[in-house]
Design a protein around this ligand. Structure first.
Ligand SMILES: *Cc1c(COP(=O)(O)O)cnc(C)c1O
Length: 384
């Protein structure tokens, strides 16, 4: 086993960032391909940047974000946060008491780790299911959670979405929607309504997923709930700082759903190419993916790595040899190790899909050679 715990994940991320830095310094930013779907843009004009003072910044940009954010998310009020995870934590700190139940329905396990971790912090009983027929809301439930689109971009069925909200509201229990990528994927590609318009009390999106914004979270929902949560957010320092708020505002203003729709058709072309050599790649709404198990099953050589380790090593080969950034190399602890090639953000637009396919095949051939040598795998993941 190579990546065993959260500390290992922090270390592999540090190594990935240092590889990226060397690439940009020694080659160029243009020759890197960020296919994570998290573009982390920072759109801002010099005159806007001059207003980024501690109090002037929020005075100007938070006010405008109310209008633009509500248009994007629905609801009565929005609250900008450091990350989606911060919004999830703040909501759970505010609404969930010790020994109460939190139940979560999502289209496919697992949930984002920030949800179970936040529940553990307040000593709540957390359960999650992706089987709608098994989903129920027991007595003593303080919060119902729904994920709009999972970490691997599996989108919830709209009827199930509506039914879970209805079940919660029959019992007067608030609903929090983790709509990190879903706020755009569900609405633009699948024509689903905004979570708040479906009746969610709180919805949170990630402002760098499938849009040109910074890493950050944007919460929307019922005003009095947002106000309560905002108190916790400020008490624990979970709010977005002025530079992030400015970039969120401009990221949302520059969000263009056409790019998502274009990638929706291009992904089939890429999948056809990959299927000439592989059997386990699958389409996502805006690209292709292969799970750690699917990837490991493609390998003929015998080895001792876990499926996740195989995915981490593959992600590092793609990065080191071709400058292709995928999530496992750069992610935070606990994120999905699925390899996704997302075609919806900037670097993918000019990418020749034949060329990308060749790079993926060549990286895979190297992966097959590398997995039999655990020390070399460790070396590529951690650089020691
Ligand atoms: C990315 C993601 C999150 C967390 O977003 P952060 O900004 O990293 O905190 C939460 N839930 C889902 C479904 C995600 O895809």
């Amino acid at each position: 086993m190579i990546v065993n715990n959260s500390l290992d994940e922090v270390k592999k991320r540090e190594n990935a960032l240092s590889i990226i830095k060397d690439w940009v310094m020694n080659k160029s930013r243009q020759s890197l391909y960020d296919l994570t779907g998290l573009s982390g843009g920072f759109i801002a004009s010099p005159s806007e940047i001059n207003l980024l003072e501690t109090y002037v910044g929020p005075a100007i940009f938070e006010e405008e974000l109310q209008k633009v954010g509500i248009e994007h998310m629905g609801g009565q009020k929005v609250l900008p946060l450091n990350r989606t995870s911060s919004g999830i934590l703040a909501t759970i700190l505010t609404l969930v008491d010790e020994n109460t139940n939190v139940v979560h329905y999502l289209a496919q396990l697992p949930a984002h780790p920030s949800i179970p971790r936040s529940c553990a912090l307040v000593n709540a009983n957390y359960s999650e299911t992706d089987n709608f027929n098994e989903f129920s809301i027991p007595d003593n439930t303080s919060l119902v959670v729904i994920t709009g689109s999972t970490m691997d971009h599996k989108v919830i069925d709209l009827d199930n979405f509506k039914k879970v909200i209805e079940m919660a509201h029959e019992k007067d229990i608030p609903v929090m929607v983790d709509d990190a990528s879903g706020a755009r994927l569900r609405t633009v590609v699948f024509n689903q309504p905004k979570a708040c318009d479906l009746g969610a009390d709180i919805a949170i999106t990630s402002t760098d997923k499938l849009m040109p914004g910074p890493r950050g979270g944007l919460m929307a929902g019922r005003k009095e709930l947002i106000d309560e949560i905002k108190v916790k957010v400020n008490q624990y320092g979970l709010e977005a700082q002025p530079p992030a708020v400015l970039a969120m505002l401009n990221g949302i203003k520059n969000f263009n759903g056409d790019n998502l729709i274009k990638s929706f058709s291009r992904k089939d072309e890429l999948l056809d190419l990959l299927n000439e050599n592989f059997t386990n790649f699958k389409a996502t709404p805006t690209g292709v993916m292969i799970t750690p198990k699917g990837l490991a099953d493609e390998i003929d050589a015998s080895h001792n790595l876990s499926d996740e380790d195989v995915a981490f090593v593959f992600s590092f080969i793609l990065l080191k040899e071709h400058g292709i950034i995928t999530i496992p190399a750069v992610s935070m602890p606990g994120a999905s190790a699925t390899i996704r090639f997302d075609l919806s953000t900037g670097d993918a637009f000019n990418l020749d899909l034949n060329d990308l396919n060749k790079k993926i095949v060549s990286s895979f051939n190297n992966l097959e050679k590398l997995v039999i040598n655990e020390d070399e795998c460790r070396e590529i993941v951690f650089n020691f």
